[in-house]
Design a protein around this ligand. Structure first.
Ligand code: NAD
Ligand code: TYD
Length: 351
């Protein structure tokens, strides 16, 4: 069997960001073995990885981070030396409906992984790394001015962000207590191909296509900082290889939009792509009841990452949103299968 330079476990690799990261690493580093460990919840979709599923340095393992035996088996079977941990429940609205699954997956699942690192790897862990993928939402909500830096205190306000903040604390605690080498990055809102259409941008693309209402929570004045998903994957690659051990990096796009301005822009791009008269899709905008405890503004200061690791996003919002719209329009079968739920038939047949 080929001897790989690294055996990297990527949790949540069948999800939105995870699948872009898996593709990037599989193609860029043939000397690494990439093991995608994913429970294939509603958010996991192996269609996302069809193009690389037969690569000789790629393995898929169906497994749950809430199961200690699933984790122990993958450590033993693949001689794991590094982990990039993305598996999570990721949708704020679902966390408001059912916080417990967020506690189980995001907190207990993360602690299970950390425990297995300590158990299976040998101190001083010189060839090991636990890299935790987190969110800007742990920092809470901003007013009109200011940015989240790596020093901003955690102040999570939704069950989702509370569960992610708790998991970040555990990663830092394992780094301090057991000297486990760790890294954490906190990224702003991602968009791009393969995002599950419960999140704002793919939901609106799908609804515009089908002439359905575009639900805007509250007055639509909440602000998010949007980053193209491949730019996030490239930042993770940089931080994994050259980021300082036991430290945190913020990742963001310096690209703030109110939700209403973003959806108006999306409507304009879709009108032009679908050959509709300007203003047609915007008529679908429908103001609905606000999200409970809706965070007002997120904005990331990514200066540390830019300065130390020379990272900068490659996509502007203009190019990124156009290629995202093109992707959804050209991949109707992906979107149709996700909306109808038939993407899970393949999982049931295979795993
Ligand atoms: P996603 O919901 O698209 O994918 C999550 C993946 O994790 C899915 O493939 C799912 O099957 C898997 N998973 C869920 N529970 C699991 C479990 N118990 N065991 C194993 N696998 C499990 O999420 P995403 O948007 O790709 O986010 C990935 C990570 O990035 C998350 O940790 C999220 O908090 C973080 N993040 C997301 C964003 C964003 O805008 N989407 C921004 C910053 C950080
Ligand atoms: P979302 O994509 O769920 O990401 P997050 O909550 O992690 O930021 O939502 C982005 C913004 O869009 C957020 O302010 C909530 C808002 N939103 C709507 O107005 N309507 C919707 O249907 C959804 C899903 C979100």
């Amino acid at each position: 069997m080929k001897d790989f330079k690294k055996n990297i476990l990527i949790t949540g690799g069948a999800g939105f960001i995870g699948s872009h990261l898996v593709r990037l690493l599989v193609n860029k580093y043939p000397e690494y073995r990439i093991i995608n460990f994913d429970a294939l919840t509603y958010a996991g979709n192996l269609e996302n990885l069809r193009d690389i599923e037969n690569a000789s340095n790629y393995e898929f393992v169906k497994g749950n981070i809430c199961s200690v035996s699933d984790i122990e088996n993958v450590f033993k079977n693949f001689n794991i030396d590094s982990i990039i941990h993305l598996a999570a429940e990721s949708h704020v609205d679902r966390s408001i409906e059912n916080p417990n699954i967020f506690v189980e997956t995001n907190i207990i699942g993360t602690v299970n992984l950390l425990n297995s690192c300590i158990k299976n790897w040998e101190a001083p862990f010189s060839s090991n790394l636990f890299y935790h993928i987190s969110t800007d939402e742990v920092y809470g909500s901003l007013g009109d001015t200011g940015f989240f830096t790596e020093e901003t205190s955690y102040d999570p306000k939704s069950p989702y962000s509370a569960s992610k903040a708790a998991s970040n604390h555990f990663v830092r605690a394992f780094s301090n207590t057991y000297k486990l080498p760790t890294k954490i990055s906190n990224c702003s809102n991602n968009y791009g191909p393969n995002q599950f259409p419960e999140k704002l941008i793919p939901l609106c693309i799908n609804n515009i296509k089908n002439n359905k209402p575009l639900p805007i929570y509250g007055e639509g004045l909440n602000i998010r900082d949007w980053l193209y998903v491949v730019d996030h994957a490239e930042a993770i690659d940089k931080i994994f290889h050259t980021g300082t051990l036991n430290s945190t990096y913020n990742i963001g796009g310096l690209n703030e939009w109110t939700n209403i301005a973003l959806v108006m822009e999306l409507c304009a791009v879709m009108d032009s792509k679908l050959g509709r008269a300007p203003g047609t899709s915007a008529k679908l905008i429908t103001y609905v009841e606000d999200r409970k405890g809706h965070d007002m503004r997120y904005a990331i200061d990514a200066d540390k990452l830019t300065r130390e690791l020379k990272w900068a996003p490659k996509e502007t919002f203009e190019t990124g949103i156009r290629s995202t719209v093109n992707w959804y329009l050209e991949n109707e079968s992906w979107l149709g299968a996700v909306v109808s739920g038939s993407y899970q038939d393949y999982h049931q047949k295979m795993y």
